[in-house]
Write a protein that binds this ligand. Structure first.
Ligand SMILES: Nc1ncnc2c1ncn2[C@@H]1O[C@H](COP(=O)(O)OP(=O)(O)OP(=O)(O)O)[C@@H](O)[C@H]1O
Ligand SMILES: [Mg+2]
Length: 633
């Protein structure tokens, strides 16, 4: 995909190609406002580390006055030298005194700079950790629909990329600004009293270079902002080529050339745009650098021409030193300001992400029942995924009774998993309502509901944590988190003996991602997922294809546990295999989002409809192709 230049936000700035629309006044205004996000970052740093931030501020102020001290001391030293040269009496005392002071000042500066840098590193590290924490905690509050939104994914990716170093840079540039404002002000005042023309030229000299830096920063930001999705695609291909879960297909299907082609194409686009930007930046920088050099030379020439008089030799020394200091301080000040301006553009990515509305699900005050008495009722429920024009579920009504296991069957894409997800409010119905014992789901506290609805997902997670944690994660919000519960669940899914024989038993690292990890088979992972779900004190249990990866003997052993009806509990078993379905008390048959049949096995067979066709196809050794029963989806 070509990294074609795209307009930046609100059409300002262009990446790679076209010209940046110029509006000098608003640019100046934004430059003047550059310290504002810096101050915000300072506030965040203060909250994350008060002592460190205080050290940074104090050392910055002190470091700022050092150049003025040095200019003053140099002038005094030069005067003492001249006095000694013109006098018949020895003046060694004075000279040694100033020499000593200059040496002390040099040493003091070095120590102060070291202290400042230590405090800065500490603050930067804590600040970045503080903001990373905020990003991850915000990400965890999104709804599933939001997380599935590619725009939110782009924003998250940008925020994560910038949070590692931008806030720290901004903080360091703010500190630099404070230091240099003090240095600039004090040395500038001295120079102004010696020769105001030189002071003016020295202050103006770095301006062109800084303007170039700002424009370059803006362009870099516009370029990065416009190619967030491209970067995510690149990461995706890198993931495919490097992670064990995808590598097996990459190797078996010999997909390496395909991966490489896409990777190279994306990289070529990215590198091409980078190079175009580098060339534009180079063309911009050349005249600016020449201008800066010309102004610097003018300042020095003016000082020398004005100070050729022998009486002003000491003053000239001070002026020359002051020019150098003022210029470097001006350069650093402008550099820090422009850097802050550029970094705050990038830091907006973090703030933009943090500002995304969470639209928290409305929730009530009620605790979800520990035991269900009347049942879970779907009342005319419809649901469409965000951005999809189609109904995944359409006007569905039924009641799941407690003390029963209800199976849900249907062809691929019929809406079975979607139905399960609505129960835990992972998605909200777009029509109708779901009520538990007569109370709408939204009237329960969300945490209480989530604790009582337990899942074995169709695509369960294989946690690269310890084997024990793969089960005990189901218990994190339970009052009783005894290890005995984990072991009991492992026994129920027939995994205890296997786990006990592992090198560190339940503490063994699961999966091969980290050192010392032990890999499990697909069915063993699925059994851990079942144990994680079973260990919870749930009153609604959703099992989405829980035995799909199990061998028939294990499945037969586990089905007793999975299909044992429990009083007060609603169990929903989504299944393709009739070995599971036949154990259910009742079966709901879905077709293209609609509930088309409802009854027990005998009743449904008697109907001779979709269920009977699916059953016959499976027992005859093959399933109908998707859509074959009632038309393609
Ligand atoms: N996250 C999603 N975003 C958008 N559409 C989705 C999403 N998940 C599922 N769908 C769509 O919703 C419909 C129902 O999907 P669902 O996963 O509920 O089917 P299913 O009955 O569980 O199928 P299967 O037997 O294959 O597991 C499908 O058309 C699917 O394309
Ligand atoms: Mg499914």
């Amino acid at each position: 995909m070509a990294a074609a230049p795209r307009p930046g936000r609100r059409g300002r700035g262009r990446a790679g190609g076209g010209r940046v629309p110029v509006n000098p006044r608003s640019r100046l205004r934004r430059l003047a406002q550059a310290p504002r996000p810096g101050l915000k970052v300072l506030g965040q740093s203060w909250r994350s580390d008060r002592a460190g931030t205080a050290q940074v501020i104090v050392t910055s102020l002190v470091v700022g006055v050092l150049p003025a001290c040095q200019v003053t001391l140099t002038a005094a030293f030069a005067t003492a030298l001249l006095r000694a040269a013109g006098s018949s009496r020895p003046q060694a005392g004075d000279i040694l005194f100033y020499l000593g002071l200059l040496a002390l000042l040099g040493l003091g500066s070095q120590v102060l700079i070291l202290l400042q840098s230590r405090a800065m590193q500490r603050c930067q590290s804590r600040l970045s950790a503080h903001l990373s924490d905020e990003i991850i905690s915000r990400a965890g509050r999104f709804t599933l629909s939001q997380v599935e939104d590619p725009k939110i994914q782009d924003s998250l990716q940008r925020a994560v990329r910038e949070v590692g170093f931008r806030p720290g840079m901004l903080l360091s540039q703010l500190v630099q600004t404070v230091t240099q404002v003090v240095a600039f002000g004090s040395v500038g005042a001295i120079l102004w009293t010696l020769d105001y023309r030189v002071a003016l030229l020295a202050v103006l000299a770095p301006v062109p270079t800084v303007v170039a830096q700002i424009l370059q920063g803006k362009r870099a930001h516009a370029l990065e902002h416009g190619r967030s999705e491209e970067r995510r695609r690149l990461t995706y291909w890198q993931h495919l080529a490097s992670q064990p879960d995808s590598m097996k297909e990459v190797l078996a299907f010999r997909l390496a050339p395909v991966v490489l082609t896409h990777h190279r194409k994306l990289l070529a686009g990215i590198v091409g745009a980078d190079l175009r930007l580098a060339n534009r930046n180079f063309r911009l920088a050349i005249p600016m650098v020449v201008l800066t050099a010309a102004l610097t030379v003018s300042a020095q020439a003016t000082a020398i021409l004005a100070g050729t008089d022998a009486r002003h030799v000491a003053g000239l020394l001070a002026v020359i030193q002051a020019i150098g200091m003022l210029q470097s301080s001006a350069q650093m000040l402008y550099g820090a300001l422009s850097g802050m301006y550029v970094n705050q553009l990038f830091l907006r990515n973090v703030n933009e992400f943090l500002a995304i509305e969470h639209t928290p699900l409305p929730e009530g005050e009620l605790a979800f029942p520990e035991e269900i008495s009347a049942g879970v009722e779907f009342r005319d429920v419809s649901f469409s995924y965000p951005g999809s024009g189609r109904h995944a579920l359409e006007n569905v009504s039924f009641t799941l009774k407690p003390g029963q296991v209800t199976a849900v069957v249907g062809l691929n894409g019929a809406g079975k998993s979607t139905l399960g997800k609505l129960l835990g409010r992972l998605y909200e119905p777009t029509g109708g309502s779901i009520v538990v014992d007569g109370v709408p789901l939204a009237d329960f506290r969300l945490d209480s509901l989530r604790d009582r609805v337990s899942y074995v997902f169709q695509n369960y997670v294989q946690y690269q944590l310890s084997v024990g944690e793969n089960i005990s994660l189901g218990l994190v919000h339970e009052a009783d988190r005894a290890a005995g519960r984990v072991e009991a669940a492992a026994r129920e899914v027939g995994m205890h003996e296997h786990i006990a024989a592992l090198p560190q038993g339940y503490g063994t690292q699961a999966g091969k991602l980290f050192t010392g990890g032990v890999e499990f088979s697909g069915g063993q992972w699925q059994r851990l997922a079942i144990a994680r779900s079973m260990v919870r004190s749930a009153s609604v249990r959703v099992m989405d294809e829980p035995t799909a990866a199990l061998d028939t003997i294990t499945e037969a052993e586990l089905l007793d546990t999975l299909t044992t009806a429990t009083a007060g509990r609603v169990s929903l078993l989504i299944a393709h295999r009739f070995s599971s379905v036949l154990r259910a008390d009742r079966v709901l048959v879905f077709d293209r989002g609609r509930l088309v049949e409802d009854g027990d096995h005998q009743e449904l067979m008697g109907l001779g409809g979709l269920y009977a066709r699916m059953y016959e196809a499976q027992t005859a050794g093959h399933e109908p192709a998707a859509g074959a029963a009632t038309g393609a989806r």
